[in-house]
Design a protein around this ligand. Sequence first.
Ligand SMILES: [Zn+2]
Length: 229
Amino acid sequence: MKQDRQQPSFIDKTSIKQTKSYIIHSTNDNKNQALMKSTLKILETIHLPTDHGVFNMSIISSGDEKEHIVLERKENTSKPPLVRIHSECLTGDIFSSHRCDCGEQLEKSLKIVGESDYGYIFYLRQEGRGIGLLNKMKSYNLQEKGYDTIEANHMLGFETDLREYQMVADFLTLQDIDHITLITNNPEKCDALRAGNIKVDRQALPTTTRSENQKYKAVKVKKMGHFGH
Ligand SMILES: [Zn+2]
């Protein structure tokens, strides 16, 4: 495994204002537009040696008072970076829950990006597709009564998916990155970044289908338009 000894590339602390909807930038002044309309801040950056290689780890803030994380590998920027946008899932990421495939997706993404010369993993603190851990657990209990993940969210008074990806588009634009390979099965993530004028190629992220997550994975494909892989 190659060691990344260079200094973090994004230690400037840029403070800017944000709108909630996706910003459509003109081709010439993406960075200026992002600077004007985003509240993205890079708060602190460290070197983080892991089982998957050495990353630059930064905490970024987008005005929602949550500590979102970016892991960066940046040894050779001749090709577009590999990018994974991962939303926090405590049960999957920490406890390796079989109710979803988040833990496996994170593990595979860390391996793929860790072995690359150039890549980013965004770890966004929007647990349970944005409804939080307690509500996700309530949703799980409804799912045990036979409702699917979307029906359960609606019964709890939430929309299907509250996640947002604006801060990722802003971050990439501020790094002068306008072309990426996104590791995802979720077309909404591709669309969100394309709306920020970032060219997105997609790399599928297949995961194991288990008896416990079979229905959940099928609903993501049938009702949320996710790619089967
Ligand atoms: Zn999960």
